[in-house]
Design a protein around this ligand. Sequence first.
Ligand SMILES: Nc1ncnc2c1ncn2[C@@H]1O[C@H](COP(=O)(O)OP(=O)(O)O)[C@@H](O)[C@H]1O
Ligand SMILES: [Mg+2]
Length: 398
Amino acid sequence: MHVRHLTVGDFRSYVSADLPLAPGVSTLVGLNGQGKTNLAEAIGYVASLSSHRVATDAPLVRFGAQRAVVRAAVVRDGRESLVELEITPGRANRARLNRAPLTRPRDVLGTLRTVLFAPEDLALVKGEPGERRRFLDELLVQRQPRWAGVRSDYEKILKQRGALLRSAQPVLSRRGRGRGRTPEGVDPAEARADALRTLDIWDEHLATVGSRLLYARLRLLRDLVPHLVAAYQEVSANQAAVTAVYRSSLHEQAAAAVADGEVPEPERLHELILESLAQVREQEIERGVTLVGPHRDDVVLGLGEMPAKGYASHGESWSFALGLRLAAYQLLRHDLGDDPVLVLDDVFAELDSGRRERLAGLIADCEQVLVTAAVSEDVPEALAGARFDVTLGEVRPG
Ligand SMILES: Nc1ncnc2c1ncn2[C@@H]1O[C@H](COP(=O)(O)OP(=O)(O)O)[C@@H](O)[C@H]1O
Ligand SMILES: [Mg+2]
């Protein structure tokens, strides 16, 4: 697929901008701070309804404006779809697909698929587990948009279970046991039994949705790793083998079963989550947080025998992060029988000339690639395509 046209209004530094695009490579060139990444971010937003730079929508709206608009005409198999998004911080986004308003904006997911690689991705290797969980979950959604619903259900369950743990803490904690009746005349033992029953129900919800998410992540990682190994080799021409192993927060044997390589059945994962919750219940009541489940998991990235985090050099980390994104690209391409749009934000400046040329070779056959660079000399000749100059929130054909 490819984007034929992108329009933004009151988005980041742009009052308005029009970007006519074609298949092949398009390069946005401009000095730092001129608005290149803002456009890359807008394309990514159409595909994922989130930014690769910020967790909330407010910074996406031009400072002082009320709302931002992003429009993309997307061509897939010769058929064009128009996605229109209105971003209003503090309120639900509004979305239209081919001019028809959507009741649920997330129904636009899947219309455009992108893989975006940006300097922020170094955090995939060096950052906290949350970065790697987000990578997996966002890729799940790019692969099959229905996972967006499962992700948001899981988030809701976590919130409500957390609220329950905290509100029930006085009746559940040891300190609360054995005292007389509360001022309302409730028997503490009864109140306790009541709270525990409610908690059991939430354990069940958590295990039901959590096991689905865990199962999907494990299968995704299993499918992704061969692409990762290949992509890392190609980018770095390095001998070190890369590994990516799921590290689950479940109890020890369960975690071992999950890391084993064979993906357990969802029913088994459901049981393992319930067992693990039972083991940590006392601690959860004390601390008022859910201690096991997909929200506490990680993916351990390794280079040779060593973990990448803390050991890999800057260049190796960079190649690893790039390898993860290129692997995501290959996975989507093979799965969907269609190329996602590849966005490479400020990537070439960071690479030595060997890596630049190898990367250029790797992406030469992609349907559409959008590249940003501060100076055009950083972009290999092989990628010469359409060029746009970006200055002070304006974009013009170069
Ligand atoms: N919400 C916003 N309103 C107005 N300007 C913004 C907003 N968000 C970012 N900017 C401006 O956009 C510029 C950065 O654009 P960016 O696309 O990241 O630059 P680059 O060309 O280096 O990739 C900065 O000057 C920043 O002040
Ligand atoms: Mg930038």
